[in-house]
Design a protein around this ligand. Structure first.
Ligand SMILES: [Fe+2]
Length: 161
């Protein structure tokens, strides 16, 4: 028996189960990435402090919006939405944020790496959702991916010649 709620959405149950699991995994990933970005926001020091402090907060806000959209898509498909902090800690594929690293150029390079990693996962998810017959979730992942890439550009522009 499926754990999903009934819905009039005509995607088959197996596809909905896989989509809900994938969406919730990314909700967990973005929760981790949000906290990491706030740790960067709070702890960064150096000549670029104010630019980076403000940039990291705007990225964190975008991550929360994406997290909420993905959780609500999981709910829309009939699933339980989100993950507990305890499950996120077991499931996340991001390395822990090095909380003692404060120098601005080090902090921004680590954040670049984390945002890039998450963006590359979401790009794969676009295809996975499309193969499961769900153009709407593929579109949501596309939107999330595009915004993450845009934020990555803002980060990488500080590192390019
Ligand atoms: Fe703040």
């Amino acid at each position: 028996m499926s754990k999903l709620n009934k819905t009039a959405i005509n995607l088959d149950t197996s596809a909905r189960e896989q989509l809900v699991a994938l969406l919730n995994q990314r909700v967990g990933l973005f929760t981790d990435l949000y906290v990491q970005t706030k740790l960067a926001h709070w702890n960064v020091r150096g000549p670029h402090f104010i630019a980076y402090h403000e940039l990291f907060d705007s990225i964190a806000a975008h991550l929360l919006t994406a997290q909420d959209s993905m959780a609500e898509r999981a709910a829309t498909l009939g699933g339980s939405a989100g993950m507990t902090v305890q499950d996120i800690a077991k499931d996340t594929t991001l390395a822990a944020w090095p909380i003692k690293t404060r120098q601005d150029h080090d902090v921004i390079r680590i954040l670049e790496e984390r945002l890039g990693q998450a963006g590359n996962y979401i790009r794969e998810d676009i295809d996975t959702a499309a193969k499961l017959g769900d153009a709407d979730t593929a579109d949501l992942f596309t939107e999330v991916s595009r915004e993450l890439d845009h934020d990555l550009w803002f980060v990488e522009a500080h590192l390019q010649d």
